[in-house]
Design a protein around this ligand. Structure first.
Ligand code: FMN
Length: 399
């Protein structure tokens, strides 16, 4: 398992030898509308928000990646220090290895390095289905994490020579897990996207946040393609564009919510962690009214502010668009690990600070003094993409 993780990291870092980014996240089809008279001061822009019990400085998180190998350990330490300095959440790679190799516990004890921001553990949905939940809960307490991200990765598993092939019973096990888990549960994909129906079902099952983790960025079938051989490798080549693009899923969810086609009213909190997530979103709306402009609109985010975006978010423009489309927060994985690999934690921090600067300037130029207002700003959409979004909505058919 450690060897596999190390090989994954090697493939992800070497962009000269391995082509692992595929498809189009779709953000290029959207545009903000510039305002020449924003009538606010850049100094008053507030990019902060509540997440997993912390006030974080902006809606950016470092998505789940490494641990379990020596190179992964070093990367985790750098990522945690970036998170602590930038005041943003940090995820870690799957903790599965800890149950077989407890001596690598130090690779995952990131809380000491990032005490003031949310630190999120990670585990595969298949492990959640097959393992004793109390064993996982004990490990989460030992790691002192603030949440756990459960990953769904059926496409990757199918192209992993040793991967799982049986995906029965996952949703039911997630529901049981959420009701007893000591920390909030996030469910994420790993780059193929979670659809509207699945997001709603997951939230109805007790999940605090759904990270749609769509396509257009790191493609895990392509990563596995470089480990696979023969037919599996040839077949994997045909999946370079597979998955639901991140911007398409977000825009689809947003339109469906506007057309009252998402059963938001049924999404009453079932766990204490869901209550906290909903309260955070409600608070952001209360705080958003500018005393100088009492009639200002605000929007907490899709599905009550419980949708996170990731997958192919590369630039500050992608980042700001994902929040404007209605995500509560947005995450990136590959850009952080590549920055850290080539330029150490300083390069990772510079990447985060560039994202912050772009977001802040877009908020100024769209006259959005905070994130709840940014989410109400109109966007221009490429007409042909609008048609694709409509097709996506028709295919989803959630009523
Ligand atoms: C080196 C690396 C390791 C990863 N390991 C994990 C993992 O252990 N668990 C997980 O849920 N996702 C993992 N991911 C997936 C990311 O969290 C993310 O969902 C995916 O890479 C898409 O985001 P991106 O396009 O910004 O890279 C990993 C990604 C990278 C680049």
């Amino acid at each position: 398992m450690a060897e596999r993780k190390a090989k994954h990291l090697e493939i992800c870092l070497d962009d000269q030898q391995y082509a692992i980014e595929g498809g189009d996240s779709g953000f290029g089809n959207f545009r903000f509308i510039h305002r020449a008279l924003p009538e606010l001061s850049a100094q008053d822009i507030d990019t902060s928000l509540d997440f997993l019990g912390y006030r974080v400085s902006m809606p950016l998180f470092i998505s789940s990646m490494t641990g379990g190998s020596d190179s992964g350990f070093l990367a985790n330490r750098h990522l945690a220090s970036i998170a602590q300095t930038a005041r943003i959440p940090v995820g870690m790679g799957s903790i599965r290895i800890l149950f077989r190799k407890p001596e690598v516990l130090a690779h995952f004890t990131l809380k000491k390095l990032a005490p003031d921001v949310p630190v999120v553990a990670n585990l595969g949905a298949v492990q959640v289905r097959d393992m004793v939940h109390n064993q996982i809960f004990e490990m989460l307490k030992r790691l002192e994490v603030d949440g756990i991200a459960i990953h769904l990765n059926p496409a990757q598993e199918l192209f992993q020579p040793e991967g799982d092939r049986d995906f029965h019973g996952i949703l039911d096990s997630i529901r049981r897990f959420c009701h007893a888990c000591p920390v909030p549960v996030i469910v994420k994909e790993t780059g193929c996207g979670i659809g509207a129906q699945e997001a709603v079902r997951l939230l109805q099952s007790g999940v605090a946040y759904v990270n749609i983790a769509g396509s257009g960025g790191t493609n895990w079938v392509s990563v596995e393609r470089y480990r696979a051989q023969g037919v599996l490798a040839t077949a994997a080549d045909q999946f370079r564009n597979w998955g639901n693009p991140t911007a398409l899923v977000l825009a689809g969810l947003r339109s469906m919510e506007e057309q009252n086609r998402l059963p938001y009213t049924n999404l009453k909190a079932k766990t204490v962690h869901q209550t906290i997530a909903i309260q955070a979103a409600d608070r952001s709306v209360q705080q958003s009214t500018d005393p100088k402009n009492k009639s200002e609109q605000s929007f907490r985010g899709i599905l009550g502010g419980r949708i996170l975006a990731s997958g192919g978010i590369r630039t500050g423009m992608d980042f700001a668009l994902s929040i404007a489309l209605g995500a509560w927060m947005a995450g990136t994985a590959l850009p952080f690990i590549r920055a850290v690999n080539s330029g150490g934690p300083e390069a990772g921090l510079a990447y985060a600070e560039t994202m912050r600067t772009v977001l802040k300037n877009i908020m100024t130029l769209t006259s959005s003094h905070n994130l709840s207002v940014l989410r109400t700003r109109p966007l221009l959409i490429n007409p042909s993409y609008k048609e694709t979004i409509d097709q996506y909505i028709r295919a989803m058919g959630v009523a």
